[in-house]
Design a protein around this ligand. Structure first.
Ligand code: AMP
Ligand code: MG
Length: 534
């Protein structure tokens, strides 16, 4: 056992200690029965090197001296285990693209340990540190491009106020990894990388689905009881009632997470049930993307280009479909379909209410009016008329006030249009009509308000800008970061990471990233198209 001098953690391995371990301890690919996890040790990466450490390190209490120490590198690239801990891979199953896929599991994620810091539980997991019993035909490794995307985006989402798994560190593994990026027979070697992900728990809907599908009711009950007593501590009852309360909370959290995605234009890309966190965290950053032109039908994932199951506009509905799979899995513990159905129905009702509220907040109207649904529906139709940048549109909209003339209002929003020169007169007239209704609607809000016009306008801009980000991780920005990093230049990575820590602030020093997607990125791989190869 390696003794660590610099880093002293309050270890609390609740998952490992509470749930059944696979009785086979060797690390080879197999079907695993009656277990929640299997032991798995990271490969040795003697040439590994840290290239970025997020602020999470400081949040978790690591000092600068510890972060700089070889122990930190060795721990978070899996080179040395923490004393008296054993690393492991979780067993889970899932529905992929609507079809039952059977056992999946952590094929390239290895869990190190859990700690308690300031009374909060954090589990540490390496992604890309080598194969596990769940690797099937995969190598358990990850490439630099996808690891940069995961590291940057998880931290960006956190700073946008969106529930997510976090990323502590990004390292080069020092090894090369063979990948066929476009699945077109042109495999090539790429730099390997390891991300250290951190979350209270990495349990997914799929963990429950595996237990249910193998009719292992003991494991299912164990998993549910463990999850409730560790993470849903306000549930005080037991038995059927506790499981129903649990399902209701997961349902509410899932909807809350997806509403945040809709708010900022995040498209997950692979909402398979194995990629749905039981804690309602955004998890598994693969071929995700950010809406640039507003388009309900858009998905960045080329693997999904035929049916676009996971397109932006379908995310709320897919959340419900995934919850239905979870309900089916929990059924053996509840044995009563009606209350489960009621909870699923509550998702639909809450979605309607929350979507209206979200859109009202996004466009800065606050006093309910019976025309609001129409105004919003009409806005969405208008946003589809001509390519309009989602982020820029909502951010600019906060500059429109009741005194703004129609011409000025149109000039304000038109910076969000792609190919502005080609905007037809028909579309321009349509927008003018919408803006007229919008200005009238703002007038209604002002009349309900007790403060004067100037104070009202100021407060409204501030409120709108607190939920409509100025900076998001546009796909082409990630691509530029990746191209530099592949050449060993991490300046842009650092810059973009810093910018995304304050996504709602004006940050004039980063203004060049508040711009329409450049034309070269329209169809470039990595910018508008991403495969699952990672
Ligand atoms: P994903 O689509 O990334 O959520 O992955 C689906 C399943 O494939 C999960 O069980 C992953 O652990 C597994 N997987 C993905 N990539 C690899 C890889 N390179 N090696 C082993 N397993 C992998
Ligand atoms: Mg996954």
């Amino acid at each position: 056992m390696v003794f660590l001098h610099m880093i002293d953690l309050e270890i609390s391995n609740s998952f490992y200690n509470s749930l059944p371990k696979d009785s086979i301890e060797d690390n080879y690919t197999r079907q695993v029965n009656n277990a929640a996890y299997s032991l798995a040790t990271p490969l040795s990466f003697p040439k590994s090197r840290l290239i970025h450490i997020s602020d999470l390190a400081t949040e978790l209490g690591f000092t600068e001296k510890q972060i700089q120490s070889p122990e930190f590198l060795n721990l978070f690239t899996g080179q040395h285990p923490y004393p008296e801990t054993k690393s492991y891979a979780m067993a889970y199953a899932g529905h992929q693209f609507g079809n039952w896929a059977g056992q999946l599991g952590d094929g390239r994620a290895i869990n190190l340990f859990e700690i308690i810091h300031n009374k909060n539980r954090w589990a540490f997991q390496l992604k890309g540190a080598g194969p596990t019993p769940y690797s099937r035909s995969g190598d358990g490794l990850a490439v630099l491009r996808s690891s940069i995307r995961e590291h940057l985006c998880s931290e960006a989402m956190h700073h946008l106020g969106i529930p997510t798994t976090r990323s502590l560190s990004l390292s080069l593994s020092g090894e090369e990894v063979l990948r066929d990026m476009l699945y077109d027979g042109n495999a090539a070697y790429e730099k390997g990388a390891i991300v250290c992900r951190v979350a209270p728990s990495f349990i997914r809907f799929g963990n429950f689905e595996l237990a249910a599908a193998t009719s292992d009711t003991d494991l299912l009950k164990n998993l549910a009881d463990y999850t409730i007593t560790t993470f849903f501590t306000d549930i005080k009852s037991t038995g059927k009632d506790a499981y129903l309360q649990f399902f209701k909370k997961v349902t509410d959290r899932t909807l809350e997470m997806i509403m945040h995605w809709q708010r900022v234009g995040f498209v997950h890309g692979v909402m398979n049930t194995d990629n749905m966190s039981i804690l309602g965290l955004t998890i598994d950053y693969g071929p995700y993307g950010w809406l640039e032109p507003y388009d309900h039908g858009w998905t960045p994932n080329t693997t999904d280009s035929q049916f676009k199951r996971y397109r932006y506009g379908a995310q709320p509905e897919i959340g419900l479909w995934n919850l239905l799979q979870l309900a089916n899995s929990l059924f053996p513990l509840i044995k009563d379909a009606a209350p489960l159905q009621d909870i699923l129905d509550s998702y639909k009702t809450n979605y309607q209410v929350q979507y209206l509220e979200l859109m009202m907040n996004k466009i800065g109207i606050y006093h309910a009016h019976n025309q609001d649904r129409d105004l919003i529906q009409s806005l969405e139709e208008h946003l589809h008329l001509h390519e309009t940048d989602m982020t820029i549109f909502y951010r600019e909209l906060s500059k429109i006030h009741i005194e703004t003339s129609l011409d000025n209002a149109f000039a304000i929003i038109s910076v969000a249009f792609y190919n502005r020169k080609h905007l037809s007169d028909l579309h321009k007239d349509a927008w003018i009509r919408w803006l007229k209704d919008y200005l009238a609607r703002l007038q209604f809000d002002v009349e309900q308000s007790v403060i004067d016009n100037i104070a009202f306008a100021k407060a409204r801009t501030k409120k709108m800008n607190a939920i409509n980000p100025k900076y998001v991780l546009r796909n082409y920005i990630s691509q530029l970061v990746i191209e530099d990093a592949e050449k060993g230049d991490y300046k842009l990575l650092n810059q973009i990471y810093t910018m995304l820590q304050n996504p709602y602030e004006e940050q004039p020093e980063y203004i060049k990233w508040y711009a329409l997607r450049p034309e070269w990125a329209r169809s470039k791989v990595g910018c508008s198209k991403l495969s699952c190869s990672s």
